[in-house]
Design a protein around this ligand. Sequence first.
Ligand code: GRE
Length: 342
Amino acid sequence: MLGKVSLEEAFALPRMREQTERWASLFAVDGHKHAREVTDIAEIRTRYMDEYGVGYQILSYTAPGVQDIYDPEEAHAFAREINDYAAEQTKGKEDRFGCFATLSMHDPTEAAAELERCVLELGFKGALVNDTQRSGRDGDDMIFYDGPEWDVFWETCTKLDVPFYLHPRNPTGTMFEKLWKDRKWLIGPPLSFAQGVGLSMLGMVTNGVFGRHPNLQIIIGHLGEHIPPDLWRIDHWFEDIKKPLGMAAQCKKTIRDYFAQNIWITTSGNFSSPLLQLCMTEVSADRILFSIDYPFEQFEDACTWFDNVELNKIDKLKIGRENAKKLFKLGKYKDSEAQLKR
Ligand code: GRE
């Protein structure tokens, strides 16, 4: 399929090469290739996009990024540097690339102001943030975004009418020590990422964020971070047990309502046909967006899978590009109107 849109696509600052190589050594079999690809914005990437029919990508800073920086001032300065770099590097390439804002999440008002700068001045399409902000003097604390102090930030997202991509980060501090250190192969895509995002996502649902911000749009990757297959059980426990026990005060609608009205899922890094079918049944093709997770995953794997997966034409177009066009109010980009062959 030509003209696909993908939106969980990472880059790194060239000056962070050492950190990038270290990260690559944990998550890439060919670390040098990964480092080269993640540090590139538009050369290697555009070649892949052309080869595999991706018309438009929304770029975001590679994890854990700013969410790993527990000094608030340093975090904010790093976020601004990344945003200015992304804007400069994609200038003149607006028909192929958009950007998600990178934000320091130490302070809700400051995060809101930087998001506003990115959207209004730099033309960014929303924000991508990792599930918690590392914080505290020794970096052992973490900030969740589901409390009332974050209302000012979520108000800004809805006022600007841009989505927020909730992306995973690796466990750190005591959490790492207690849960993951002795089970290190489960860190990342096998388990810890889905647990981290699931906790934050369902925390937002049950702490009433969508009740207070009914138009807020949150995107999660990896075909829903293990939530869609569990929707029946979550719904049953929310409605039949947790609400009678008091949860109803801040969580008025059902989990299925929030998935229909506030939550989007992408195919990033999860190219499973049976799971896609399940997500279409449980969540609907109207809330699913194609994505790759480059360069942690390969264009070839994502695009060959999606181009060949058995879907009717309407759903393939929705997931491959039409939902993204609407959500991000995209104008014309390469192959944005191309006919679907099969
Ligand atoms: C990511 O998207 O940030 C990521 C990692 C490590 C492994 C896989 C992955 O940081 O998708």
